[in-house]
Design a protein around this ligand. Sequence first.
Ligand code: ADP
Ligand code: MG
Length: 606
Amino acid sequence: MSDIIKLLPENVANQIAAGEVVQRPASVVKELMENAIDAGATSIKLFAKDAGKTLIQLTDNGKGMSITDARLCFERHATSKITSSDDLFHIQTKGFRGEALASIASIAQVEMRTRMEHEDVGTQVTIEASKVQQQEPVQCQAGTTFYVKNLFFNVPARRYFLKSDAIELRHMIDEFQRIALTHPEVEFQFSHNGAEVFMLPVSTLRQRIVHVFGSKYNEKLVPVEEHTDIVSVSGFIGKPETARKTRGEQFFFINRRFIKNTYLNHAVTSAFQDLLAQGNFPLYLLYLEIDPTQIDINIHPTKTEVKFQDERAVYAIIHAAVRRALGKFSIAPSIDFDQETSISISPVLLNSELQPPKIDINPAFNPFGTPEAISNRSINLRGWFDRRENAASGWQDLMEVAAQIDKQSVPAQTLELDTQEEMHFMQHSRSYIVCACAERLLIIDQQRAHQRVRYEHFMQLTTTGKASVQQCLFPETFEVTTQQFATIDAFKSELESLGFRFSANGSNSVHLEGIPSECAQAGGEATFMDALSALENEEGSSASVGERLCWRMASSGSIRYGQMLTEPEMETLFQQLMQCKQPYYWRNQKPIIVQFDASTLSNYFN
Ligand code: ADP
Ligand code: MG
């Protein structure tokens, strides 16, 4: 029977950017699953042991390989998917670089069995560190099975850098989901250490999403459907109230390939505009179909980046499609969309560069320079503040200006406070605590102050393990996604150290019995999910898991801007803040306390 694999000509091979394909077990899963899809499989079964470090086994019922191909597939730049450089611009398959199997076989012990449907016997190839150990005929089912054993066995440094099983498993689930979510017409199974992780029958796209993320997603999904000459957009967005604190459930697929693209992400999130609370990310799974000649997916070896010929048009279409879907389902107030037959792309969007918003600060502005302030010199501070509240330029201006013009005294670096000193507290704009004492004037950001106090408190709990637990009156049981379940499993002890008491056994459900008593006002599930969101997406953050968790916990139940505080509350908060190791700054060097000492103040009046 015809052999179909050819070696790529040198020049084509070089056109393909070189790079590492296999970083971790999840990369192997991705490559093997993509090959199975390219081979036309309708059933794909994945078994892994020890998060893929010991074994990744993938069985498909695709077209299989001939005797020669079974050997050739492990050669570098051996592919059946493209033959010339022109083909690079018409790619329809997931693979095309002819690098994956060669890379995998160079860092693992690989065994492969494959049989083409019309052949009686199949072929078995054993290869280890790029050396073929054995090739022989074998009885096997039609299709292909790969056994990838002991990943990085010959590269101890790489093996050493693998993360814990729980984290590597999360990465595998990520890759598995991305492919399962693009091929509802294919049946998938995934088991890990003998336990079933996913069992996904052939279904519609909507059912597939619900099978992957859980049944409560069914009512959350709003369909998006838009066809234009440039690009077709379909898929689902989540209703605004389902937005979460992490980007976990945001997917773009282009021609059935998962990609990451912050520019297009902005198109979606900005379409939600003010429908979302700050810091919340909407759920979306958007599938774009675009002429392959209009995109270049050959930027990165893992092929998760794509370049568009006309990125702005794609941006505008996605934005409009999401807007329209929200409008159609009466989520966003909008014009009558049923009347419209096609989207008009705003010429502003198409022809202008997108600019981040700018804030203008006038460094010459002197908040104390109003005639009123000057003529009332003898008035005591409290009365003066009361009047300032009604003045046209608020304290926010003052803080910005102060930060600009007097770096020496603002923000506070050290405060030597005389505890005997008399202090007066009052609140400004329900956001700042103004504290007047004999020698100076302090302005404290109430939200950051409380978050700092809570943060240090939680950080201490993680080391002392003396969390105070609020037992739930009625223990709650709720469903989480498979991905979240793996995260919970990975960070069980961190969560417990803060005061969460729960069990998470099988079938992706969490049974919550206690939460940190500091969070008692918020609901149990809400608090737990909030903490969980801090644990997801560990990438791109230099903070430790404990720090991220404490930041989130500190923020979620804290005093907010706009919240009225009584004088005793302000005083208590101030005292607690002064007990902190770092009372002056919140995250990212944001000041908490701004101080004006007597000499700074008198400078203003001169
Ligand atoms: P690429 O997918 O970029 O072509 P790979 O190294 O992943 O490169 O695979 C090399 C070749 O091996 C493929 O082009 C394909 O012909 C063949 N192959 C790999 N996996 C399978 C499979 N599961 N079923 C049939 N053929 C396969
Ligand atoms: Mg491939």
